[in-house]
Design a protein around this ligand. Structure first.
Ligand SMILES: NC(=O)c1ccc[n+]([C@@H]2O[C@H](COP(=O)([O-])OP(=O)(O)OC[C@H]3O[C@@H](n4cnc5c(N)ncnc54)[C@H](OP(=O)(O)O)[C@@H]3O)[C@@H](O)[C@H]2O)c1
Length: 231
């Protein structure tokens, strides 16, 4: 059924009791979405009713992402995930699942970081400079470096075609996320910084991604650059 024939998108939310889960539930009505299933452990998937779920949105944990993927594959449902700290095994699970169902994964769901990564494509012109990604997050964050730090690192390596140091991480207070790229030349420096003021920005991005992915229908591994280049 196309979303156009119904007022809103029905979502199963993995990690519903967490910080991001709460934020998503809070803004879901504004984004034409309804949370119809709350998943807080692997066992909760047994109770999820595939008949009423359009898309799964996951902000839980690496293990939670694996559980969500299994359910989505068994029930042929699209998955949007922002869970970070993935192992190589979990990254492979994502890629394999995306051969069969639509999957959108991003370690950062904000529009600002999507633009940040596309700006990084011009760094080839200064590839001889020194580079460092720096990330700052709240003191409850479980993974280090952050998923966004790793995403920026990956884009940086692609742009400058050389290895660069690991992202540096700072933890403290309630910071939702600050990411800076340092490009340091012999006579000048260039810095790009993205600051998330709150978690709403990630929640809004994830629900926008869910609406886009539901309409997309085609299996594949997507990220936010796909979403914003198909506006
Ligand atoms: N991509 C982005 O834009 C973005 C933005 C912010 C955060 N994140 C990531 O999103 C994830 C959640 O962040 P958060 O700050 O909301 O963390 P959080 O407050 O710790 O919430 C995570 C929730 O997921 C639950 N959970 C753990 N394992 C699960 C499983 N197997 N199935 C279902 N639920 C499970 C946790 O339950 P218990 O407490 O009982 O374990 C908890 O309620 C993290 O990986 C974080 O790095 C991504």
């Amino acid at each position: 059924m196309s979303r156009k024939s119904r007022a809103s998108l029905n979502i199963a939310l993995a990690g519903a009791a967490g910080r991001m889960g709460n934020e998503i539930e809070k803004i879901s009505a504004d984004s034409a979405c309804v949370v119809v299933a709350k998943i807080d452990s692997g066992k909760d998937w047994k109770k999820a009713d595939a008949k009423i779920i359009d898309v799964v949105v996951d902000f839980s944990s690496p293990e939670g992402l694996s559980d969500a993927l299994k359910w989505c594959l068994a029930n042929k449902k699209p998955l949007v995930s922002g869970s970070t700290g993935l192992t190589n095994k979990q990254r492979k699970e994502l890629k394999d699942a995306a051969k069969k169902i639509p999957v959108l994964y991003s370690g950062n769901m904000s529009l600002g970081i999507a633009v940040f990564t596309s700006m990084m494509e011009s760094l080839g012109a200064i590839k001889d400079w020194d580079f460092q990604i720096e990330e700052v997050h709240h003191n409850q964050k479980k993974d280090k470096p952050s998923g966004t730090g790793l995403l920026l690192q990956e884009k940086l390596v692609q742009a400058v075609s050389k290895s660069v140091p690991e992202p540096s991480s700072l933890r403290g207070g309630g910071v939702p996320g600050i990411h800076t790229l340092w490009a340091m030349g012999p006579e000048e420096t260039l810095t790009i910084t993205h600051t998330a003021f709150n978690r709403t920005v990630f929640a809004r991005g994830a629900l926008k991604a869910a609406l886009w992915l539901f309409d997309k229908k085609q299996a594949g591994l997507y990220d936010l650059s796909d979403l914003y280049s198909h506006k």
